[in-house]
Design a protein around this ligand. Structure first.
Ligand code: ADP
Ligand code: MG
Length: 300
């Protein structure tokens, strides 16, 4: 039979909008020594806004219209920003009538397709490098997320876009650190942007420019480092990962405790997760750990 303390813990979780998919995960919370978090949508709002448009050899309106036409095939938060910009600044949804064919979404890179009869790329520096399109490397160092566009193999300009940290992200990191937990942020976004968020929220360790498979490799490395720690012998140290996106499902599965932020979360990630945070507040990650630890004190 399950000790009453566990029901108390699961109930306390559900009152806070935290769903433990079994008492085993409540218990594992007491062993978590590393919490790894995704950036976009987990520690930041995941709502990007276009700051500036910089066309090259094309007028700004045409660049926005063609880029938004291709981005309308994606649900990525970056795509939403470009579409919103074109909607507000363009002549009524003009991008909706642009013919778009042969669209491919390349994870961690962006999109490729035929737009208005031209071969088009919309994405980050990795995408343009992958297809051999030349651009100014200084763009990789500016502290904004940059959406670059190429038409028929030639750089056609870029949009700078920005997201912001959630108001309770700093509190979440502080409370996890107070529990003796190492905090890590992983992101597919560019390192110059990830660094700014990292400093703002006070996270212990961070890595940017990661492809989905690089996130898997980072979590494997962190698990191995933790297992090698001699202090971990008596009660093995566990790792939790918190993410929200489709790309996060493999790392959610790999973590000892996989957690999903439910507010914006993808179905695949929510299904794979052991613990679901039903709103968008990262402080609930710390609350989940605190409930786990308080429950153990009652059960033992
Ligand atoms: P994360 O969730 O960690 O931010 P993703 O793998 O979802 O990482 O995306 C990484 C990067 O790939 C984004 O920051 C962006 O530069 C680029 N990207 C992905 N999808 C798109 C898209 N639809 N349009 C433009 N850029 C994209
Ligand atoms: Mg993501």
């Amino acid at each position: 039979s399950i000790p009453l303390g566990y029901f108390g813990g699961i109930g306390a979780g559900s009152r806070q909008g935290i769903l433990f998919k079994g008492s085993v995960f409540l218990d594992l919370m007491t062993q978590v020594k590393t919490v790894v978090m995704d950036k976009t949508g987990t520690l930041t709002k995941g709502v990007f806004r276009v700051q500036e448009v910089n066309p090259v050899g094309i007028d700004a309106g045409t660049l926005a219209r063609l880029t938004a036409a291709l981005e309308s095939k994606s649900t990525h938060p970056v795509a939403t920003a470009v579409i919103e910009y074109a909607r507000v600044n363009g002549d009524d949804n003009a991008f909706g009538n642009v013919p778009v064919e042969a669209v491919e979404e390349i994870a961690g890179h962006g999109l490729k397709g035929r737009v208005d009869g031209k071969e088009m790329l919309v994405g980050n520096a990795k995408l343009l490098r992958k297809f051999g399109v030349a651009f100014d490397e200084a763009l990789t160092r500016i502290p904004y997320t940059v959406v670059m566009t190429a038409l028929d193999g030639t750089f056609a300009g870029y949009f700078t876009i920005a997201d912001e940290a959630k108001p309770d992200a700093t509190d979440a990191v502080k409370r996890l650190q107070a529990e003796g937990i190492r905090t890590v942020m992983l992101s597919g976004d560019k390192s110059a942007v990830v660094e700014i968020v990292a400093k703002q929220v006070g996270i212990d360790e961070w890595h940017g420019d990661l492809l989905p498979e690089d996130k898997v490799a980072q979590v494997e490395r962190l698990k191995a480092e933790q297992a090698a720690n001699p202090k971990a012998k008596r009660r093995p140290a566990k790792l939790a990962f918190v993410g929200d996106g489709v790309n996060d499902a493999p790392v959610v599965a790999l973590a000892d405790v996989g957690m999903a932020m439910g507010g914006l979360g993808s179905d695949a990630t929510i299904e794979t997760a052991d613990v679901i945070i039903q709103n968008d507040e990262p402080s609930k990650i710390a609350t989940a750990v605190e409930i786990g630890r308080a429950t153990r004190r009652i059960v033992w």
